[in-house]
Design a protein around this ligand. Structure first.
Ligand code: XIL
Length: 360
């Protein structure tokens, strides 16, 4: 962790990065080697940290725990580091569930990735109650970030400091209690400045979704990052959640990763899953296409300079654990992950492992 994070606090970024978003990568060959039944555990296929996301409740599931220990070298708490879990109505912080996952990670030699400090979707009543007192609100906001980061200092390799700052339509910025009380972009700048002060060795990520299928949203995200970096806001890494679909155009992931890498910062594929589409049957053809997309993600990622490769994280382990299997998504049938409902490896797993091995 330390050798990776050192050196990023004062990094340069390439002005003019946005110019690259129109150029495509080399055509990617047809087919792709998918080694059926490849038995190499995912994490042994590469030295790159390969992450997954679980909840504290998942620790009671023996099969899931075994699959995690065998295959993953990094852990993201799916919910336990979100404000909604950590802070109560009086502003008291409770890190119990986050600590359980942190212990699991350290007991199993897994790196821990913090997710997420500030997110428009979590507006705790404690903060809503302070919204008419911006001075107090600001002090508590900074105190929250400071307390959290100091507590996990040395145990967390990176943080998603601000999650999903771009508006749903992909053109502007999210409106939230944070933006309304602290300023449209100011809340982001404040969070990153506090994060850098509280734990300068953790890579401070900004994180967003929908960048692969929607180039306009990607551009809005990049423009925001560029504006903030120009103002010396210490963003340390760029995350792309990579919730993608089997139907994504061939070059979309490679274009996205190359564009995001143009800032010169570490890039995190932070929440990879590949939906078959709502209600779509898991035909052999769809699962093969899913494996092909997974291979493309790894191959494109491995094209980045090694210093910019932070990790590839899958958002879950078995299909049935996926957030896409919860309402309002597709409770019955989606198969977005690398292990099936029974914990058996899917073609997607073999493709990930083969591509990681091929690239190392
Ligand atoms: C999801 C978790 O997987 C669920 O367990 C939780 O109920 C809701 O949030 N983008 C994100 C993640 O950044 O935090 C979301 O995680 C999935 C979408």
């Amino acid at each position: 962790m330390a050798e990776f994070t050192r050196g990023w606090a004062r990094r340069e970024f390439i002005i003019g990065a946005l110019a690259c978003s129109a150029c495509g990568p080399q055509a990617d060959g047809a087919g792709g080697k998918i080694v059926a039944g490849l038995s190499v555990p995912l994490k042994e296929a590469s030295t790159l940290p390969i992450g997954t996301a679980i909840t504290a409740a998942d620790l009671a599931d023996a099969q899931l725990v075994r699959l995690i220990k065998e295959n993953f070298s990094q852990l993201t708490p799916a919910s336990e580091m979100k404000m909604g879990v950590v802070i109560n109505d009086q502003g008291k912080l409770n890190f119990g569930a986050a600590e359980r996952l942190a212990s699991f990670a350290s007991d199993n030699d897994m790196r821990l990735h913090g997710h997420t400090l500030v997110w428009y979707r979590v507006e705790p009543s404690f903060f809503l109650g302070l919204a008419d007192d911006p001075k107090k609100f600001r002090a508590e906001y900074l105190r929250y970030i400071d307390k959290f980061l100091r507590r996990f200092k040395g145990r967390v390799s990176g943080w998603d400091v601000v999650n999903e700052p771009i508006s749903a339509d992909g053109t502007g910025l999210r409106d939230s209690v944070w933006s309304r009380t602290l300023g449209k972009e100011r809340y982001i700048a404040l969070a990153f400045k506090q994060a850098a002060a509280s734990d300068p060795n953790a890579v401070a990520f900004i994180n967003e979704y929908g960048l692969e299928a929607r180039p306009a949203k990607r551009l809005a995200y990049m423009r925001l990052i560029e504006r903030l970096l120009k103002k010396d806001v210490p963003i340390g890494g760029v995350g792309t959640q990579t919730h993608i679909s089997v139907d994504l155009p061939e070059r979309a992931v490679a274009d996205t990763l190359r564009d995001l890498a143009s800032f010169g910062l570490p890039v995190h594929v932070s929440e990879l899953d590949i939906t078959l589409g709502r209600g779509a049957a898991a035909t052999a053809g769809k699962l093969k296409l899913q494996a092909r997309r997974a291979r493309q993600v790894v191959e494109a990622y491995m094209q980045l300079p090694s210093k910019q490769r932070y990790a590839i994280t899958l958002w879950g382990v078995r299909d049935r654990d996926s957030w896409l299997r919860m309402p309002p998504y597709d409770p019955d049938s989606d198969r977005p992950l690398a292990f099936d409902d029974k914990g058996q490896p899917k073609p997607m797993l073999s493709a990930l492992a083969a591509a990681l091995k091929g690239a190392s």
